[in-house]
Each structure stands twice: as structure tokens, then as C-alpha cells.
Design a protein around this ligand. Structure first.
Ligand code: ATP
Ligand code: MG
Length: 253
């Protein structure tokens, strides 16, 4: 089983990549769980799921029960096997989906129950053989400090041709080493650029592939069609990215 987190600066295409990758792996026969870990919650539409499940953070009692506080210390009950079944939905290609919900903001290393619960959930979630958990993260790097991405095998940083998203990638690279993420890779989205490729190489972040600016995606987004169902340039580019990714993590999946 492999756990993959999709990260990067705001608006670079994390949700697009997460949703498309989840559907592709499911089409390949993997048992896929896609988790929306962004408070904005829009992974469902990128998966082609019309009715997303209620966010887990809505179930206050569940969180209290599973991540209760005892004398100021979080007591995590690692029982998570029922969560997907009871609180998830199954979408196109059989992708299972969960929505984490809104985690209270509290600076880096936030120890709020919802965050502790997500950390525990991610650490303990186990699926059948040939399975993948794909996490659509919120923008930026705060979640790295909070530890919600501990236990992730592969972190894919989505970068767009622009210096600010590369700076975010550099920060993620630095922090990912500190929290022991095994594999780190980048995807360039919304255009290709030799210069961006060079920056990534200098940072020591392997590039899985580049997705061109795709006008079809803009239309699909407005019409509520999942990127993978457009059959356009994004799909072709994502197939290359999927193949390179599978090569990279072949020991884990
Ligand atoms: N290759 C592309 N070509 C054109 N538009 C794209 C491309 N990739 C993504 N978009 C569009 O850019 C917008 C942002 O994409 P997306 O929601 O995937 O980014 P995000 O990184 O998840 O954003 P956020 O930080 O808000 O979660 C969407 O409207 C999406 O349709
Ligand atoms: Mg997003």
C-alpha cells in the first residue's frame, strides 16, 4: 500500500492532479482511497463525484471518541477500519472518497483533536493489497508543521511556471526531509518550462512530468466534468506522470 500526498502553492492544480491520479490508479485496478484534506473541499468534483460525503470533522463525537484528550495528552484510538465504510462514498471507477473537513487553525504543530485524528487516521489506515491512498492537501506548507503528512510515502509537489510556486516547492523539500517522507517528486502544471525544470533539478526534486495549459479543463470545471473525463491533453500528460510515479514507488505499491 502506498500513501501519496499532493501539495503545492494555492491554485497550482493539486486537486486536479489528485483527482485524476486517483481515477487512473482505480482504472488500473488499484483499490484507491482519495481523501480531501483541504478545508476548501473540492476534490469530489475532480473525481466526478456529485454528492461528496459529509466531512469527518462534522462528527464531533467521533473525533472526541477517537482522539480524546486525557490530562492534556491526546489519546488516539487507532481504530480506523470502519471510517471509510461508514463515512466515505464510492465514486466513478470505484474510487472511495473521504472528506476530512475543516481543521481549526492554530499555528504550526496545531494539536487540535481533528488534526490529531487525521494524523492517526493516516498512520493507521490500511487497505487491501495493491492499494493507494491519495491525499489532496491544502495549499502551502502549514500541514507539514502540523504533522498531518507524517506517514506519507510519496509527496508530489505541483508547481506552475512561476517563481512563487517554486519557492513553496523548496520549502516543502526542506520540511519533507525533516519529517521523513520517503519519496518526493514534482509535477509542472499549466505550462511547460525548461527553466522550471532546471530549478527543480537544482533543488534535487525529480520531475514526473508536465501538464500543458489546457483550455478544456477550464470548460470542464465550469460544467462540473472531472478532468479525467475530458479526455484532453491533461489526461495524456497525467498518464506519463502516473507511469513515472509507479516506476518511482514500485517497491511500495
Ligand atoms: N493544466 C491546466 N490548464 C488550465 N487550467 C487548469 C490546469 N490545471 C488546473 N487548472 C484550473 O486551475 C484552477 C485551480 O486548479 P485546482 O483546483 O486543481 O488547484 P489547487 O492547487 O487544488 O487549488 P487550491 O489551492 O485552491 O486547492 C481550476 O479552475 C482548474 O480547472
Ligand atoms: Mg485544491
Amino acid at each position: 500500500m502506498v500513501k501519496i500526498a499532493i501539495t503545492g502553492k494555492g491554485g497550482v492544480g493539486k486537486t486536479t492532479v489528485a483527482g485524476t491520479l486517483a481515477r487512473m490508479l482505480a482504472q488500473d485496478g488499484y483499490d484507491v482511497l482519495a481523501i480531501d484534506a483541504d478545508a476548501d473541499m473540492n476534490l469530489a468534483s475532480a473525481l466526478g463525484i456529485e454528492h461528496p460525503p459529509r466531512p469527518l470533522t462534522d462528527y464531533k463525537e467521533l473525533i472526541q471518541e477517537r482522539a480524546g484528550v486525557e490530562s492534556g495528552i491526546f489519546k488516539i484510538n487507532p481504530k480506523v477500519d470502519d471510517i471509510v465504510e461508514n463515512f466515505g462514498v464510492v465514486g466513478p471507477d470505484g474510487v472511495k472518497m473521504l472528506v476530512m473537513g475543516t481543521i481549526e487553525r492554530g499555528g504550526s504543530g496545531c494539536m487540535c483533536p481533528a488534526s490529531a485524528f487525521l494524523r492517526a487516521f493516516l498512520r493507521h489506515v490500511v487497505l487491501k493489497d495493491s492499494s493507494a491512498v491519495i491525499l489532496d492537501m491544502e495549499a502551502g506548507i502549514e500541514h507539514l508543521g502540523r504533522g498531518t503528512t507524517r506517514g506519507i510515502d510519496l509527496m508530489i509537489i505541483v508547481v506552475e511556471p512561476g517563481m512563487r510556486s517554486i519557492e513553496t516547492a523548496a520549502r516543502i523539500k526542506k520540511l519533507s526531509g525533516e519529517i521523513g517522507i520517503k519519496y518526493l517528486a514534482a509535477v509542472v502544471n499549466k505550462g511547460t518550462s525548461a527553466q522550471v525544470g532546471q530549478y527543480l533539478e537544482d533543488l534535487g526534486i525529480p520531475l514526473l512530468g508536465e501538464i500543458p495549459y489546457d483550455a478544456e479543463l477550464v470548460r470542464a470545471d465550469l460544467e462540473g466534468i472531472a478532468p479525467i473525463d475530458t479526455g484532453g491533453d491533461t489526461v495524456a500528460a497525467m498518464k506519463v506522470i502516473r507511469d513515472r510515479m509507479l516506476d518511482m514507488i514500485s517497491a511500495e505499491i
